[in-house]
Design a protein around this ligand. Structure first.
Ligand SMILES: N[C@@H](CCC[C@H](N)C(=O)O)C(=O)O
Length: 273
């Protein structure tokens, strides 16, 4: 059986999108997701995105990291799906229902409300996720923010001076984060500007991370470093983040379709029901 896919990206954070809304796709598991994401032997992507029908929203979006792990949220992929749909849409994810709509400068996503009382870190730290008393060499006292998925944010002078390839996996896989974690290193450069690099859980260093931009903006706002509207510049480009008075996070930025293609499901271990 051949399966059509769309290759998309948001600021260089790239996705293989499979659309199973009209016709059910063969089952996808961690092994087939990782095989499709492999940049040498598969199509290659940071995340695999699978669209399905939803009983609660306009559609359901499943997200798999390049290592095959299924995750709750992906900001850039949500903008990509918004572009694919072309109209305002409610999207069911493991983190809840979020909303994407066309905007003047791309797609805006209402990402939901941030959480600080999460259970992916031990109780001792859960009491104060805003300045966790931990350090990995020069990366110290992160703020932990959950925007559907878990993020640790370290404020530093120069994110590009940090050896993310070495420290990223160390922090991602530290035993204090039983669900692993996305690692953000950020510099506040003005009351409305942040420079950010992200080591993504299950995907490594990416050109952009939408949830990372949201979590970092909220972390900086919580610490009083920036105002409620901020431009977060990642290696792949800028995202506009706004924390609305009602608590909702808005993320606006571009999404792009790169190409379309098809592949043999059996070659990736996807077996029809
Ligand atoms: N690239 C994404 C985040 C994808 C999921 C993340 N790696 C996780 O494991 O939580 C984004 O744009 O938000």
């Amino acid at each position: 059986m051949r399966i059509d896919f769309t290759k998309m990206h948001g600021l260089g954070n790239d996705f293989v999108v499979l659309d199973g809304r009209a016709t059910a796709l063969p089952a996808i598991d961690a092994t087939s997701a990782a095989a499709l994401a492999d940049r040498h032997t598969g199509i290659g992507c940071d995340q695999l995105v699978v669209l399905e029908p939803s009983t609660f929203a306009d559609l359901r979006m499943r997200i798999f990291n390049a290592d095959g792990s299924e995750v709750e949220a992906c900001g850039n992929a949500t903008r990509a799906v918004g572009l694919l749909i072309g109209t305002a849409a409610s999207i069911e994810t493991l983190a809840g229902i979020i909303h994407a709509s066309p905007a003047e400068s791309g797609i805006t996503v209402e990402m939901g409300k941030p959480r600080f009382d999460w259970d992916v870190i031990p109780l001792a730290f859960a009491m104060d996720t805003q300045a966790m008393p931990v350090a990995w060499e020069e990366l110290a006292n992160p703020i932990a923010v959950n925007v559907g998925n878990p993020h640790a944010i370290f404020f530093v002078d120069d994110p590009y001076a940090i050896d993310m390839a070495r420290l990223g996996p160390l922090i991602e896989n530290d035993a204090i984060f039983p669900a692993r974690i996305n690692v953000n290193v950020a510099a506040v450069t003005a009351r409305d500007a942040i420079t950010l690099r992200v080591w993504e859980r299950g995907a490594g260093l990416t050109l952009a991370c939408g949830t990372g931009a949201c979590a970092t903006a909220i972390g900086a706002m919580k610490r009083g470093l920036v105002d409620r509207r901020v431009t977060v510049t990642l290696p792949g480009g800028p995202l506009e983040i706004c924390w609305r008075e009602d608590g909702e996070i808005l993320m606006t930025g571009p999404a792009t379709q790169s190409f379309r293609g098809s592949f043999d499901a059996a070659a990736y271990g996807m077996i029809s029901a």
